[in-house]
Design a protein around this ligand. Structure first.
Ligand code: AMP
Length: 605
């Protein structure tokens, strides 16, 4: 039987996969890499470079290197590499041929047939050009299929009943969202919308500008002025961006990046996830508008979609998961590596054409979200049981993630880390997994950063580590069978529910968490504000609004000395407005501005 490989010929990266023994698998290059950058170049001696080596010379030798050729497919364009001219089909054929060679080396036999994917919005001309590229690469193109179709096939070629899926695809340079309907191996795209110039590369650009502006302010040198330096910083920020997908902060260090009057200068900076998320939020908001359009075009509302599938490397960004979950009211599926899902789906399509039985892609995932209990404020009132997710459900195993938390009172000596599993925003509805205390924290103001790291391995063993960011003081605990506990707890819950039916009794005990040094806490309260809150001539609602603003003002004032310039000036402006609203006893304004202060404090902490 003929082997039909599946190829995702992407704008930024390309991949190849095949169904082997009934299971879709990705095929790798000789260095074990699964992803081939879609970049082609010639070295100074005129030798062909494909993938990483071509990408590495991109910034330095743009006249001998070409990227994003997919954007020109179907055009009568000519691409020059050095003194040679190529058609877009020829450049794409070079990429396809490299993938064909990867496949032949891994499979140990020649390969001549392929399914190749294209964006749903590709015209007939662009599809034809892609087919031609395949032929030039020595491949008989068994079928050209849409990328969202492939993604759907990877996840669920044969759902028990008709299913509607939303495929959100954010790659390096393009974004699209499609609504697909699947039934018995047949996928129909109901609508598609997108932006052909939006992707992870834009995130890199924002980070690059941010880092370079900081350096410019500090040293008066613009790192973007030199092509080679800019390329170095770009590589470093892309790495930092990937780190920020799993860690709460990323460090960028490039030694000897510039020179001032003979003295070498180094680039050393840290970016926190909230800071980074603030930068990319406007771009992600644009993707949500496209999503609304795609749903409207398909005549569907969010709740009529049964699954949200993530495709494209840039969807590893946690903010993407959060925004989609908020907008669509359901968890997202990213359990299959999002940059490999399309190639795997193309392989599934190839197997279906060849008449081969296909099973599911095998991945171990976290069946439930893991996180810790944290203290949060709602309108000035503390919420002691706020669940802060750290590893989202459906994350492939092994998984490691970190999040940043802050102590809540001045001089807090310790913190109890209580780990829960489940999907509810209130920990009392989730399953308690374990706890431990980190003691001996530095005697500093509230807001002392504690990094909490969760590492979950394939056997369900969970390691939880808490580290005081300023001193490196760390404590950890290892919990065996974290996932089994969840099942056991659910069995117990089910038994309890049955018992309750026969013998109703008061609800379950409430789990409590008390900050270590709360008893000794001495918070300086603003006397005039406390007096105001007790002023019986004011309406009770106004007094309540004032009372809830007081702790916020105190927290904000504690945070100010350690805030960066931008946050500090924003916080000061809000505090000035809040004080003015308090002077006017304007209840609605007090509440509105207090919420803004609360949000900003949350963001800063
Ligand atoms: P794709 O076109 O699907 O291969 O996606 C490539 C884009 O995904 C590039 O902008 C990558 O920098 C980005 N990317 C890859 N891995 C990650 C990650 N872990 N977190 C955020 N972005 C990533």
């Amino acid at each position: 039987m003929d082997t039909i490989i599946g190829i995702d010929l992407g704008t930024t990266n390309s991949e190849v996969a095949v169904v082997r023994d009934g299971v879709p698998v990705v095929l790798r290059g000789k260095d074990g890499e699964a992803i081939l950058p879609s970049v082609v170049g010639l070295d100074p001696e005129g030798r062909l470079l494909v993938g990483h080596p071509a990408r590495n010379q991109l910034a330095l030798a743009p006249d001998r290197t070409v990227r994003s050729i997919k954007r020109r497919m179907g055009q009568e364009a000519t691409v020059t590499l050095g003194d040679r001219a190529f058609s877009p089909q020829e450049i794409s054929a070079i990429i396809l041929r490299t993938l064909k060679e990867w496949a032949e080396a891994s499979l140990g036999h020649p390969v001549s047939k392929a399914v190749i994917t294209v964006p749903a919005f590709f015209t007939e001309g662009q599809r034809e050009a892609t087919r031609e590229a395949g032929q030039l690469a020595g491949l008989d193109v068994a079928r050209i299929i849409n990328e969202p179709t492939a993604a759907v096939l990877t996840y669920d070629p044969h759902p028990p009943e008709q299913e509607r899926l939303l495929v959100y695809d954010l790659g390096g340079g393009t974004f699209d969202v499609s609504i697909a309907q699947v039934e018995a191996g047949v996928v129909e795209i109901l609508s598609s919308h997108g932006d052909t110039h939006l992707g992870g590369d834009d995130f890199d650009q924002l980070l690059l500008d941010h880092v370079c502006e900081r350096f410019l302010d500090e040293h008066g040198i613009d790192l973007r002025d030199s092509l080679a330096t800019k390329a170095r910083v770009l590589r470093a920020v892309e790495e930092a961006k990937k780190v920020l997908s799993t860690e709460a902060a990323a460090r960028i260090e490039e030694e000897f990046i510039a020179e001032a009057e003979g003295v070498p200068l180094h680039l050393r900076t840290t970016i926190d996830r909230p800071e980074y998320e603030g930068m990319i939020l406007p771009l992600l908001d644009r993707t949500l508008s496209s999503l609304d359009r795609a749903l409207a075009d398909a005549g569907l509302s969010a709740h009529q979609v049964s699954k949200v599938v993530l495709v494209g490397g840039a969807t590893r960004t946690p903010l993407v998961h959060r925004l989609l979950r908020e907008r669509l009211g359901r968890p997202v599926h990213a359990e299959i590596e999002p940059d490999l899902a399309v190639a795997l789906g193309a392989a599934v399509q190839g197997a279906l054409i060849a008449g081969v039985d296909v099973g599911p892609v095998l991945v171990d995932i976290t069946p439930h979200t893991l996180g810790i209990e944290s203290l949060d404020f709602h309108h000035g009132l503390p919420d002691l049981h706020r669940f802060a997710p750290i590893i989202e459900r459906n994350t492939p195993l092994p998984a490691s993630r970190t999040e940043l938390f802050g102590t809540v009172v001045d001089g807090q000596k310790g913190a109890t880390i209580r780990v829960f599993q489940g999907e509810h925003a209130d920990t009392r509805h989730n399953t308690f997994v374990g706890e431990f205390t980190i003691e001996g924290l530095a005697d500093v103001h509230a807001g002392n950063s504690i990094v909490v790291r969760l590492d979950l391995d394939l056997d369900g063993i969970l390691k939880v580590t808490a580290t005081e960011r300023a001193t490196g003081l760390a404590r950890h605990v290892t919990i065996d069978n974290a996932m089994e506990r969840f099942r056991a707890r659910h069995r117990t819950d089910a038994v309890d529910r049955l018992d309750d039916l026969f013998d109703p009794s008061p609800g379950a005990a409430v789990v409590d968490i008390t900050p270590e040094s709360e008893d000794d806490e001495e918070v300086e309260t603003d006397a005039s504000l406390s007096d105001l809150a007790d002023d019986s001539t004011l309406a009770p609602e106004v007094r309540e609004a004032i009372r809830s603003a007081i702790p916020l003002i105190e927290r904000a004032e504690r945070l100010l000395p350690r805030a960066n310039d931008d946050d500090a000036s924003e916080l000061l402006a809000l505090l000035t407005d809040l004080r003015a609203a308090l002077d006017r006893r304007a209840e609605a304004d007090i509440r509105r501005i207090a919420t803004e202060v609360e949000d900003l404090i949350f963001y800063m902490e």
